[in-house]
Design a protein around this ligand. Structure first.
Ligand code: TYD
Ligand code: MG
Length: 450
C-alpha cells in the first residue's frame, strides 16, 4: 500500500496535495518538497530513547564507548574512534575518493567484526574488484547492491553488523515517495530512516553524500543537521593529497584533520604531513617562498606559501589566491603598501599554499607577507626560517595560539630559526633560534636580511 504524501513549502510551511512550481503561500519558486503524511517521528528527529527529564547532577557522565576504525587518521578526525549507533556523513566532490576510503575502512574492520558495504552506484562485482585492489579480503565484509531504503533496513535489522556503509544517499529511495532518488524529499526521508535505525539498533552507519554544484550536500544543507557527524574529503583532483575534515561532531571537537596520500592500492595515511608538504620546496633560496607554521586542530602543519608579484601590463591588477583566504591577502597587501611602503598597487599578485591544503588561520599572515615582499623585492627569504604571526591593520605583529607546538614542529623538520610576535609567551633568545618582532616592518627586516 502506498503511503499518502503531501508537498510542503520549505520556506513558509504551506502544504499542498500536489506539486506546484510556485508556493501559493509565500510565492517562492521550486520550494515544495514531498513528504509522507502522518510520520510517527518528524524527519530529522532522533529522539527514540524515551528519556524523561532528570536533574543534571544525575545524568551519567561516562564517555561514549568508541571503537577504532583501524585507520588512525579517521579515528583522530572522529574524536578518538567511531561511536556505536552514530550516523556519520562523508561528503565530497564526485571522484575524490569517498567510496575508496569507506571500502578500505570496511575491509580493515571486517577482520575483527562484520561490516556491510551497501552500494547503490556499483554492482557487487565492481565493488569486489575494487576491494581486491585495496587489500586482503575477509569474509567478514558483506557486500550488497541495493537502493531501496526499506530493503536495506530489513537487511540491516536481520544481520545487525556493528558497522555499515551506505554509498551514496543520492542513489537511495523510499518507494512510498513519488519523487526521484536524489531529490530533497527522498534524501531527507532516507537519511532520517537510517538515523532512526542507527539509534535503535546501535549500528554505526557511514553515509556517503556527493556534494552538488553549489557546494552543499544534496541541496539545502538538509543532511548536515540530521546526522551526528559530518566529514568532508577534500583535495585538488590533480594532487595526490586528500584531507579529511570534520565540520560537525556531536561526540568530539571539529577542528581535527586527517591527511591521506592517494595510491594505486587506496589511500595511505600520512603521519608526518609537514615533511610531505615541504618535499618539493625549492632549495637554495628562491624569492617568493616562505614557510608558514600552521595549526590544524591539535596538529602543527608546515606549509610553503608561494607568492608572485609582477608589474601589471594593462588594466586592473589581478589578484589570485589558492589555499589561502583571498580577503586576508588583500588586507596584508594593503598593510604592506601603507605601513611598509611597498608600491603593490600597480602589480599583479598571486599567492598559493603548496600541496592543495586550505589554510584559513590568521597565523599564516606573516608567511604570506614575507613571500609577497620577497617576490616584490626579488630577495629570497631566509631558507631556514619558519613563520607564525597575525598581522594587524596598523602593521603590528600579533601573537598566535599554540606557539610551542608550531616551534617544535619546525625545529623537528630541520628549520634553524622561527619568527613570531614579540608578545608571544615563549622564551626567546638567539640561542634557541626563536626571533621576535613587534611590527611587520621589523619582521621583514629579520626575514629578508635587509
Ligand atoms: P572513488 O572512491 O570512486 O571516488 P568517489 O566515491 O568519491 O566518487 O575514487 C575515484 C577514483 O580514484 C577511482 O577510480 C579510484 C581512484 N583512486 C585511486 O586509484 N587511489 C586512491 O587512493 C583513491 C582515493 C582513489
Ligand atoms: Mg563513490
Amino acid at each position: 500500500m502506498r503511503v499518502k504524501t503531501k508537498y510542503l513549502c520549505q520556506e513558509c510551511g504551506q502544504q499542498s496535495a500536489r506539486w506546484l512550481g510556485r508556493c501559493p503561500g509565500c510565492g517562492s519558486w521550486n520550494s515544495l518538497v514531498e513528504e509522507p503524511v502522518n510520520l510517527r517521528t518528524a524527519p530529522g528527529s532522533s529522539s527514540v530513547s524515551g528519556d524523561v527529564p532528570r536533574p543534571v547532577t544525575e545524568v551519567p557522565v561516562q564517555e561514549e564507548e568508541r571503537f577504532s576504525t583501524e585507520l588512525g587518521e579517521i579515528d583522530r578526525v572522529l574524536g578518538g574512534g567511531l561511536v556505536p549507533g552514530s550516523l556519520v556523513l562523508l561528503g565530497g566532490d564526485p571522484g575524490i575518493g569517498k567510496s575508496t576510503l569507506l571500502l578500505q575502512v570496511s575491509q580493515l574492520l571486517s577482520r575483527r567484526m562484520q561490516a556491510l558495504y551497501i552500494s547503490g552506484e556499483e554492482s557487487m562485482r565492481q565493488v569486489r574488484l575494487r576491494a581486491d585492489r585495496l587489500g586482503e579480503l575477509s569474509p567478514g565484509l558483506l557486500l550488497l547492491s541495493e537502493t531501496d531504503i526499506d530493503i536495506i533496513e530489513r537487511h540491516l535489522r536481520e544481520l545487525g553488523p556493528p558497522v555499515a556503509v551506505v554509498d551514496s544517499i543520492q542513489t537511495m529511495y523510499k518507494s512510498d515517495l513519488g519523487s526521484a532518488p536524489g531529490s530533497v524529499g527522498q534524501v531527507r526521508e532516507c537519511a532520517a530512516q537510517l538515523m532512526r535505525l542507527a539509534k535503535t539498533t546501535g549500528i554505526s552507519i557511514f553515509l556517503v553524500g556527493h556534494v552538488t554544484k553549489e557546494g552543499v550536500i544534496a541541496g539545502p544543507r538538509v543532511l548536515e543537521h540530521m546526522v551526528d557527524t559530518v566529514l568532508y574529503l577534500e583535495g585538488d583532483r590533480h594532487q595526490f593529497f586528500r584531507i579529511l575534515r570534520c565540520v560537525k561532531n556531536r561526540f568530539g571537537s571539529t577542528n581535527e584533520i586527517g591527511i591521506f596520500e592517494m595510491s594505486g592500492s587506496g589511500l595511505i595515511e600520512v603521519t608526518n604531513p609537514s615533511a610531505l608538504f615541504l618535499v618539493q620546496r625549492p632549495q637554495g633560496g628562491v624569492p617568493g617562498s616562505a614557510v608558514a607554521a600552521a595549526l590544524e586542530g591539535t596538529r602543527p602543519l608546515l606549509v610553503e606559501i608561494q607568492a608572485l608579484v609582477s608589474p601589471t601590463g594593462y588594466g586592473v591588477p589581478r589578484r589570485m589566491t589558492a589555499g589561502v583566504d583571498y580577503n586576508r591577502v588583500a588586507l596584508i597587501t594593503a598593510v604592506l603598501e601603507k605601513r611598509v611602503g611597498l608600491n603593490l598597487g600597480s602589480h599583479d599578485i598571486y599567492v598559493n599554499a603548496v600541496g592543495g591544503v586550505k589554510l584559513d588561520e590568521p597565523a599564516v599572515d606573516l608567511a604570506i607577507a614575507c613571500a609577497l615582499t620577497s617576490s616584490f623585492r626579488d630577495i629570497p627569504v631566509d631558507n631556514g626560517m619558519a613563520f607564525a604571526g597575525e598581522i594587524g591593520l596598523t602593521g603590528e605583529l600579533r601573537p598566535v595560539n599554540g606557539v610551542e607546538k608550531r616551534v617544535k614542529e619546525a625545529f623537528k623538520l630541520g628549520f634553524s630559526s622561527f619568527l613570531l610576535s614579540g608578545q608571544s609567551a615563549l622564551d626567546h633568545n638567539a640561542e634557541t633560534g626563536i626571533l621576535t618582532a613587534d611590527t611587520l616592518a621589523g619582521a621583514l627586516e629579520l626575514a629578508l636580511r635587509v
